[in-house]
Write a protein that binds this ligand. Structure first.
Ligand SMILES: [Zn+2]
Length: 168
């Protein structure tokens, strides 16, 4: 999947979390930013990815040590991040947004022919029976659908109020 698809999925997860936890404005903005960043984090192993370009040295190191779509796309990586977040006493809405956004990245990559090494260091490649090409039509449509979903969640209170106003 492209960075755009991952980021829009992170955006949707972020907005859903703010809705679920009914966070204030400052927390909501932080939750959304963290979710978008976390949704891109697993591709740090890719030097040409959005995050990889910004953090070239880390990206290069991860790639040399583990290769692409292995360690950073595994359950063990998510568990390590979860433990780290727990130890620095991350507030629950941030914690949930970050973990879910990372999980969404891995799930989306499981929809591509290349799959992911979910159980790294075990070598099995995990992917869904239905797969889509990165940057293909489905990838693009998915990004658009996720973006519309995020906008809907974000503006849902206003949409409900407007519909209410029109109906009554
Ligand atoms: Zn990836």
């Amino acid at each position: 999947m492209t960075g755009k698809t991952h980021a829009t999925c992170g955006l949707l997860i972020g907005t859903l979390c703010t809705d679920y936890y009914q966070t204030d404005l400052f927390t909501s903005i932080t939750v959304i930013i963290l979710a978008v960043m976390a949704s891109l984090l697993p591709d740090i192993c890719h030097t040409k990815s959005k995050l990889g370009r910004r953090f070239k040295i880390i990206s290069w190191l991860v790639r040399i040590l583990f290769g692409h779509r292995t360690f950073t796309h595994s359950l063990i990586f998510m568990l390590l991040i979860a433990i780290l977040l727990y130890f620095i006493q991350t507030p629950v809405p941030y914690f949930t947004a970050i973990i879910l956004a990372m999980l969404s990245h891995v799930i989306l990559d499981m929809l591509t022919p290349r799959g992911v090494k979910l159980f790294y260091p075990l070598p099995m490649t995990i992917r869904f029976p239905i797969r889509f090409k990165t940057g293909g039509m489905v990838d693009l449509s998915l990004a658009s659908a996720l973006f519309i979903g995020a906008l809907y969640v974000l503006f849902q209170p206003y949409i409900v109020r407007i519909v209410d106003y029109i109906v009554n």
